[in-house]
Each structure stands twice: as C-alpha cells, then as structure tokens.
Design a protein around this ligand. Structure first.
Ligand SMILES: C[S@@+](CC[C@H](N)C(=O)[O-])C[C@H]1O[C@@H](n2cnc3c(N)ncnc32)[C@H](O)[C@@H]1O
Length: 255
C-alpha cells in the first residue's frame, strides 16, 4: 500500500507523507495530524518527485521498506519525503557533490532521520559510496551527462528488476533542442542499456522543461511473491541480459 496520502483541498490535490522525524520540518511544509499520524505536505513546486506523482507516476514506485540510492540530494527536500515513504525498514543513501548545500542536508535531514545516510562526494564515482544492492536509483543532478551517470550507478548498485527514476532537465543537456527531443534521446539511451521504459512524465506546469523517466532494469527472471523485493517480475523484464548504451558503460546483471 502506498504511504503517500492524497487530499482534496478545494479541487486541488495535496500530497502528504507520514513524518519520519515527528515534529520537525525540512522546508516550509505544513505538519498535519491525520488518523493519529503526523504528515508533511509535499510541495510539487519544490520536489520533482511530487510533481511526477501528481502528473501520473504511480505513487508506490518507491514503497515502504525500499532501499533508495538518491543522487543529487541537494538540501534534502525530496530526499526527506523519500525517507518518510520508505520508513524504518527502508534506507535512503543520499549523494551530494556541493558541500554548501550538503551541510543543510546533513544537519536538517540525515541527523534527524536514522534511515538516511549522507555522502558528500561526486556521484560519478560510485566506488566512494558503494553499498549493497538498492531497489531504486533516483537521479536528479541536472548535468549534461546525467543519464550516463545514472546508468553507471545502476550498474554498480541497482538490483535486477529495480527501478530507475531519472529527472531530465532539458536545458542542462542542450539549450537549443526542444525539450521533447531531449527527453526522447535520453529515453532511448536507457532503452539501449536494457531498461524497460515504464513512463516518461513531463513535469509541466510544476517544472517547465523537465521530465521524469521511469525505467525498470532487466530482471533475473520471473519472480513470484509480493513486496518491494519482487518487483522485477514484469513479463517484459524477465531477460537477464544487459546491452551497451552509446556513451555509457555496459550494464551487467550482478550474480
Ligand atoms: C536539481 S538539484 C537536486 C534537487 C533535489 N533532488 C530535490 O528535489 O530536493 C541538483 C543537485 O545535484 C547536485 N550535483 C550535481 N552534480 C553532481 C554530482 N556529480 N554528484 C553529486 N551531486 C551532484 C548539485 O550540487 C545539486 O545540489
């Protein structure tokens, strides 16, 4: 069951996540009590994941208990909501390059939340924070090579059948091209790497010129049973073979 709650406020849908650090805010979000649980409002103008959910991304792609590698954590706005969603059985490994913004992420988010581990390093070198397999890689680094960077991290840490959520900022890749063309090119890179594309969500009007691409990595083979760990069982992801994208390292299913 999704941990993201929806509320109608005068015809506008508001997203809420259960506060994993009760009583604490991370930005200017509202704290509200619902059925005895404290929730935080989730601002789609501050968080591209919230925008994507309001634009149709299923709200359980990141589920309770998931292990998430979060690249480009910045001050931790979105990472804090991911921490709420995965809860005490899950984990958020947050990677941020800039020490200036990472300070806020460490103080306001990681120190308050036992399920968040911060790394102030370059996400181009996953060996600096290599952890065991993750269920989801979320990448929002707004860099020209962001897709290759995301694929490199998937190769290092994403489990077979795991999900990649890639935020594409068209202007970071090519200021002259139409955003739709950029989204299509990045989508193709993921397909060539063996990912099954589940959705390409345009984030307008929350973030113009941005899209979130949801891809699923090749699975080990048909998997049965419920829960986050079985999500590689999509019929189209049963192959364990990985192909080589242009400009990216070959991806391999790990033993
Ligand atoms: C668009 S912001 C991320 C916003 C954040 N995901 C949120 O929703 O709260 C992009 C962030 O990626 C970071 N970044 C850029 N290149 C990076 C790299 N190579 N490794 C790690 N972080 C990087 C930037 O410092 C910046 O804080």
């Amino acid at each position: 069951m999704s941990r993201v709650r929806r509320e109608d406020r005068g015809g506008r849908t508001v997203l809420l996540t259960p506060n994993f650090a009760a009583g604490r805010r991370v930005y200017n979000e509202e704290l509200v009590l619902r059925d005895g649980t404290e929730y935080r409002t989730w601002d789609p103008f501050r968080s591209k994941l919230a925008a994507a959910i309001l634009k149709g991304l299923p709200d359980d792609v990141v589920g309770e208990g998931a292990r998430v590698l979060y690249l480009g954590a910045s001050t931790g706005t979105t990472a804090s909501h991911v921490s709420d969603i995965v809860g005490g059985r899950g984990l958020v490994i947050g990677v941020e390059l800039s020490p200036r913004v990472a300070r806020e992420f460490v103080e306001n988010v990681a120190r308050q939340r036992a399920n968040v581990i911060p790394y102030v390093v370059d996400a181009r070198d996953p060996s600096k924070y290599r952890v065991s397999e993750v269920d989801v890689v979320y990448c929002d680094v707004a860099q020209p090579d962001q897709t290759e960077l995301a694929l490199e991290n998937c190769r290092a840490m994403l489990r077979p059948g795991g999900d990649l959520l890639l935020v594409v900022k068209a202007r970071s890749i090519d200021v002259l091209k139409e955003p739709e063309k950029v989204f299509e090119e990045e989508r193709r890179k993921l397909e060539r790497a063996g990912f099954e594309i589940r959705a390409v969500v345009d984030l307008t009007p929350f973030d113009k010129g941005h899209a979130l691409i949801w891809g699923r990595s090749p699975g080990r083979g048909p998997v049965s049973g419920g829960g986050q760990g079985s999500r590689g069982s999509s019929p189209t992801t049963s192959s364990s073979s990985w192909s080589t994208p242009e400009g990216a390292s070959p991806l391999r299913a790990r033993p």
